[in-house]
Design a protein around this ligand. Structure first.
Ligand code: GLC
Length: 704
């Protein structure tokens, strides 16, 4: 398609319409048809209100989308791009993104998103506002559930998997959108939409990495974030939206604002009028304005008054039209319905959920359950079919949900439910009958996701009551925790003999949890975020820099962090058990020293470790490779994940985990914002989580 020819023929108003997105839902289809007849908006977002993500949304029928599209194409010659929040599923949801990160299985996640894209495209959606790549260290922030957790490297691998899963190898599926660029996850106090203080050093070494991976994976769009960084709203930051995103990362798609974020520049105090806000945002490099119509209502006059050049508008229009062309919308603007392989979608959702489950403890191997054991199930979440889907699942088909109880019943006849709020004797009778007690606790999806931060992230008294009652029977107690965010378990963890962190596992929750509880597959999930012991420890994350004094409580239990509680988390990043045991052999490295020249020229050292399944269960182990830069021009984290290898090893067998360490893995952004490797000593760790302490040394030598 000759984009230049199209732009040449467009009026200024038509150009500004291409840079504007407004809402379409079942309730305003006719009004929208009339509007598009006159004004061809560039994009329509399928939404009913700003936080549609936690509500229920009735898809707009395909025929109606095509009718509106027909008007745009035949009257104006430019197709509309329909956008929608397809975050971790469409009708049949995968687990929440934080749980998908816990699989440490990018290949599986990519597969899952290929099916998500299939489902959404079938509903006429050609643009999604995902992946969310905000580094998240604060469980009070409801949107941590939408993220890939606290680690940049895991974030990069998930970014690549989700972008490629959505867009497809030839980028003609659904345009992905790396969001929220940038630093939204650092909202102070976990309070949503709040300010973030991020130094350039942290911006580049933590927050920017996953966006770079998304750009390198060909992500077609980026969404700017609501927050400010150190006094500068991202929405109007030329430095972030143009110099860094385009100049440094080489992004060549288009940027859309977040919901009404352009108008919010006034509330943020950097613009006095709508016109000023629109000029600031577009001049900064924010190409498309979501929902508030500030571009279309103000910039025509602004151009005529010489306040902004039409060239800037042409640049943005060119970006938008190029993405529409790349998606094939000019050639084939209409959605076609095809029969979906529903069972395949259920199967991939079940596998993602099963691989996301993190086994935190399993004393005396009370798990896996045996089918002839009588299991008493407590806790209302055992029957839940709505909250298990998680936040941002507005199109979920809840008839597809499988509750934990249903999943268990499908496996065994020996399942008893009892409500521990009934009179004492009934409960005790039930409890005395059973072999083990299974408690299913969790949080509502509506206290997670956008605008749902929680100041208190501990178990409630009602939840503790259930645990207390379960303990009275003196039977082994197993916990399944269906919390979207990490919660602070404090000493309640001691009440459980076995404990599984199940997040919000999506439509196939019950089947996946039952598969693991009954040992049809060993749990293999690993924590993508640290689990604090006390909420007062927040923020607490593994890749923190060392201090000048012994306060590295994350690693050293005796370090002085607080005088009332430990500084050590309950479970570290990367932690997770299986039903077997693994033994790690010696860490092998092919060269223990290498010149900086060789590193800069792309040479890598090879590291490998043989891991042996020394138990009686086949299981997957995720060997993790961390580095520590022991001395450099700036402080560097005590550990940084630079590789992971998820290996399925049969009982009694061994496999070798392999890693390559070179420029990308050893480098960091220095005080000049340059990505460099500095000569000196590095420790290369390989182990099962961030607390691993076996390492080999690697010396990077100066040029001789
Ligand atoms: C919301 C969210 C963003 C979402 C957008 C469209 O406010 O911040 O993640 O994609 O608006 O719904």
């Amino acid at each position: 398609m000759n984009i230049e020819k199209i732009i040449e023929k467009m009026t200024l108003r038509e150009k500004l319409l291409q840079l504007s997105q407004i809402m379409l839902s079942e309730s305003n289809v006719d009004e929208m048809k009339e509007l598009i007849e006159k004004d061809c908006y560039g994009s329509l977002i399928l939404a009913a209100f700003s936080t549609t993500g936690n509500g229920d949304f009735n898809s707009v029928e395909l025929e109606k989308l095509n009718e509106i599209q027909k008007i745009a194409v035949e009257k104006h010659g430019i197709p509309i791009i329909y956008g929608h929040d397809v975050i971790h599923g469409h009708k049949i949801n995968l687990p929440i993104p934080l749980a998908l990160a816990a699989t440490f299985n990018p290949k599986l996640v990519k597969k899952g998103y290929e099916y998500v894209a299939m489902e959404a495209k079938n509903d006429g959606i050609r643009w999604t506002f995902a992946p969310m790549l905000d580094i998240s260290r604060d469980p009070r922030w409801g949107r941590i559930v939408e993220s890939t957790g606290e680690d940049p490297y895991l974030g990069c691998k998930m970014a690549e998997a989700i972008v490629k899963g959505f867009q497809g190898e030839d980028n003609t599926n659904i345009a992905a959108c790396a969001k929220h660029y940038i630093g939204y996850g650092a909202s102070e106090g976990g309070r949503d939409y709040h300010k973030a203080e991020i130094s350039d050093y942290s911006l580049r070494n933590y927050y920017l990495r996953a966006f770079k991976a998304a750009v390198d994976s060909g992500v077609m769009t980026v969404m700017s974030s609501f927050n400010e960084i150190s006094g500068q709203p991202v929405t109007s930051s030329k430095y972030l939206l143009t110099d860094v995103l385009r100049g440094e990362l080489g992004f060549d798609g288009f940027v859309i604002s977040d919901w009404e974020a352009v108008k919010q520049l006034i509330r943020q105090g950097v613009a006095e009028t709508d016109e000023e806000a629109a000029i600031l945002a577009l001049s900064a490099g924010l190409d498309m304005d979501m929902i508030d119509n500030l571009y279309i209502d103000n910039l025509e006059k602004a151009v005529h008054n010489g306040k902004i050049s039409e060239e800037i508008i042409d640049i943005a229009v060119r970006r938008v039209l190029k993405i529409k062309d790349k998606l094939g919308l000019f050639d084939n603007p209409y959605a076609e319905y095809t029969e979906l392989p529903k069972q395949e979608i259920r199967d991939v959702a079940r596998k993602c959920a099963a691989e996301s489950l993190v086994l935190l403890k399993n004393d005396n191997n009370v798990l896996p359950l045996k089918k002839d054991e009588i299991i008493c199930v407590m806790g209302s979440m055992a029957f839940d079919t709505k909250n298990i889907i998680g936040s941002w699942a507005a199109d979920a088909d809840y008839s597809e949900s499988v509750s934990v109880y249903e999943g268990l019943e499908a496996k065994s006849e020996n399942i008893i439910h009892y409500n521990c709020h009934i009179p004492e004797n009934d409960t005790m009778r039930n409890l005395n009958q059973c072999d083990k007690v299974l408690i299913v606790l969790g949080e509502a999806k509506t206290v997670t996701g956008e605008a749902n931060s929680m100041a208190k992230t501990e178990l409630t008294s009602a939840q503790k009551f259930v645990i207390d009652r379960a303990k009275e029977a003196g039977k082994p107690v197993i916990g399944v925790l269906l919390f979207g965010r990490p919660i602070a378990l404090e000493n309640n963890v001691d009440y459980f003999d076995a404990l599984i962190y199940a997040w919000h596992p999506g439509a196939q929750a019950g089947n996946a949890i039952a598969d693991v509880l009954y040992g049809e597959m060993s749990p293999s999930g690993r924590l993508p975020v640290t689990l604090p012991k006390y909420s007062g420890q927040i923020p607490i994350y593994y890749n923190c820099p060392p201090s000048g004094r012994d306060v590295d409580g994350y690693y050293n239990p005796d370090a002085y962090n607080y005088c009332d509680v430990t500084g050590r988390p309950l479970y570290p990043f990367g932690y997770g058990l299986t039903y077997t045991t693994f033994e790690y052999g010696k860490i092998n490295i092919d060269e223990s020293s290498i010149s900086i020249d060789d590193i800069n020229n792309g040479k890598k050292v090879k590291v490998n470790v043989t891991i042996r399944n020394t138990g009686s269960f086949d299981a997957a182990e995720t060997a993790q490779c961390y580095i520590r830069d022991c001395k450099s021009s700036m402080t560097r984290p005590i550990k940084e994940l630079k590789g992971f290898d998820k290996l399925f090893v049969q009982a009694g067998e061994s496999k070798t985990a392999e890693f390559e360490i070179g420029f990308e893995e050893l480098g960091f952004y220095n005080s000049n914002g340059r990505f460099v490797v500095e000569p000196g000593e590095f420790k290369i760790y390989v182990g099962k989580d961030a607390w691993c302490d076996e390492y080999v040394s690697l010396r990077v030598n100066h040029l001789y």
